[in-house]
Design a protein around this ligand. Structure first.
Ligand code: GLC
Length: 553
């Protein structure tokens, strides 16, 4: 691996190197006091984000929605849900972010709408074969009386992927497709009317001034012709990360849609960007989504899914740089988001706790919090040294672990309900943030309400407590981001180094980066001056579960 030099994609657009902070609005900051975060809450905390040093924020959905899937079920793509505020609140937030030099990306959910969307309500009332039905994926059922679903597909959230409706005249009727919850009917993206509607929705937000879109379930929008039967392997990742030829994931037809959207984005000034949520089996396939005339970025889920293993981590970094580099796109890097176990817990998972199912009170093999946090800090220390764009998920800068003891009665993720409690799902990474060690709801609001309960021990992760502690995770993040910026680490080349089988080691110019994923300290030798240590240590031996940035005399 030594001497292999990898060069990041060239280009000066902001998104090639940006550190982008994901805000999950309902859990960020709540000014109304109803226990659910809101847009004015985001505006009120922009100075904290500025001081963290990030370049952009990505907001998970805040559009009008019955909130059956925390806003990923949109009923009106052109308005703000009253839970989060108003369009005027959005405009104010955007203006205030821009005034601080922070760009704003919004979540676009094009694969499906809410069943409360006016189009779906019209489709239910209209007849089979009508223009209204043709905006969604309606089919007749199989069996003598259409009583069987059109095929055997299974929803990502558990259960079947089809729901039978009652026709306007009261008779049992057609079935509609929903990859996710029954309240999230899939659009038919072969229909030009759907395409035109979404071009218009893109323009609605671009005209307001957003800098880009994170595109939800970008890999699901086109289904294979004829909707052939398919069941995933028992151990397959439900979002399609593992398997080839899944008839509803990663179909070639999606590329036309992204080329079309690329043209819409290009009509606007300021390097507006699309980032696709694309769970695909390989990095090579993922890179096809970011060819020069398609999306600008796509999430690097193979990187996120990499276990705490030096060989695996070296491989995924090397393969990411070559796969994305081959199409002239930046690699992205991400360790946490609102769909996965927070990396301060995930990186210490044992074999007993599969990462896709969430962790709850009855889970076996809960991760050790001390090991988890050390690994998370080390993993982030590596991530923020890499060329390309890095995504952070709110709360990871505080070192927040997964909330693992949420009582059943508070759970809200549809996964929990659709699997009859078999899979805990994603609530554990979505708990409202602690801002202050004291005070109601740890400063999330002034009333103490919180849509998911906050663990008592989160006082020690509160932002105000961490601000004043030089060794806190928050100050580590600030230091990493500031150095990344001043040294231009978002671009340029990476030269691999050899520090033993259990190390991930490379050089970025004169800066050496090394992480210890093994079980023995790694001696770094003479003449070392540290710039960053993910955990403080003396001497030149890098402890286990630790990473460092250093120069060598
Ligand atoms: C994406 C979102 C997830 C949501 C799903 C359905 O995967 O990240 O939170 O449940 O799409 O919209």
């Amino acid at each position: 691996m030594a001497d292999l030099e990898q060069i990041a994609s060239p280009g000066s657009e902001w998104w090639r190197t940006a550190v982008i902070y994901q805000i999950y609005p309902r859990s960020f900051s709540d000014t109304s006091g109803d226990g659910i975060g809101d847009l004015p809450g985001i505006t009120s905390r922009l100075d904290d984000l500025k001081s963290l040093g990030i370049d952009a924020i990505w907001l998970s959905p805040f559009m009008t929605s019955p909130q059956k899937d925390a806003g990923y079920d949109v009923a009106d793509y052109r308005d703000v849900d009253p839970l989060f505020g108003t369009l005027a609140d959005f405009d104010e937030m955007l203006a205030q972010a821009h005034a601080r030099g922070i760009r704003v990306i919004v979540d676009l959910v094009p694969n499906h709408s809410s069943d409360q969307h006016v189009w779906f309500q019209q489709a239910l009332k209209a007849a089979p074969g009508s223009r209204e039905r043709a905006r969604y994926v309606f089919r007749d059922g199989r069996g003598e009386h259409g009583e069987l679903p059109p095929n055997n597909w299974e929803s990502v959230f558990g259960g079947g992927m089809w729901q039978r409706i009652t026709e306007a005249d009261g008779t049992p009727g057609q079935w509609y497709l929903h990859i996710f919850d029954v309240s999230q009917p899939d659009f038919d993206w072969t229909n030009e009317e759907v395409r035109e509607e979404f071009r218009s929705i893109l323009r609605f937000w671009l005209d307001r001034g957003v800098d880009g879109f994170r595109v939800d379930v970008a890999h699901g929008m086109i289904k294979a012709d004829g909707l052939p039967d398919y069941l995933p392997a028992a151990d397959a990742d439900s979002m399609g990360g593992g398997e080839e030829n899944v008839p509803y994931w990663g179909q070639d037809g999606v590329h036309d849609i992204y080329r079309d959207w690329h043209r819409v984005m290009a009509e606007y000034d300021g390097d507006r960007a699309l980032c696709g949520e694309a769970w695909l089996p390989t990095l090579e396939r993922t890179a096809l989504w970011v060819r020069p005339d398609e999306m600008h970025q796509t999430f690097n889920f193979p990187y996120l899914m990499t276990p705490w293993d030096a060989t695996a981590l070296r491989d995924v970094i090397r393969d990411s740089l070559s796969a994305f580099g081959a199409v002239g796109a930046p690699s992205t890097w991400v360790l946490s988001n609102h769909d996965v176990i927070r990396h301060a817990s995930r990186l210490a998972l044992t074999a007993d706790s599969p990462q896709g199912d969430g962790i709850g009170p009855k889970s076996a093999g809960k991760p050790d919090p001390v090991i988890g946090l050390s690994r998370a800090r080390a993993a982030t220390t590596v991530m923020l040294s890499l060329p390309g764009s890095a995504y952070l998920f709110q709360g990871e800068e505080l070192g927040l672990p997964e909330a693992m003891e949420i009582p059943d009665e508070f759970r809200q993720d549809p996964t929990w309900f659709r699997t009859g409690g078999e899979r805990y799902g994603r609530d554990g990474c979505r708990v409202p943030l602690p801002w202050t060690a004291d005070g109601p709801a740890f400063g999330f609001n002034e009333t103490g309400e919180s849509w998911l309960p906050q663990p008592d021990e989160w006082a020690r992760f509160a932002r105000d407590a961490e601000e004043g502690d030089a060794g806190s995770t928050l100050n580590l993040y600030k230091h990493l981001i500031a150095e990344r910026r001043s040294r231009g680490l978002g671009t340029g080349s990476l030269v691999w180094e050899d520090a033993g089988a259990d190390a991930v080691a490379f050089r970025r110019g004169e800066l050496h980066v090394v992480a210890n994923l093994g079980s023995e300290p790694i001696e770094l030798g003479e003449g070392v001056t540290f710039l960053v240590q993910s955990e403080p240590f003396d001497g030149s031996a890098l402890p286990v579960n630790t990473a460092a940035w250093f120069t060598r005399a």
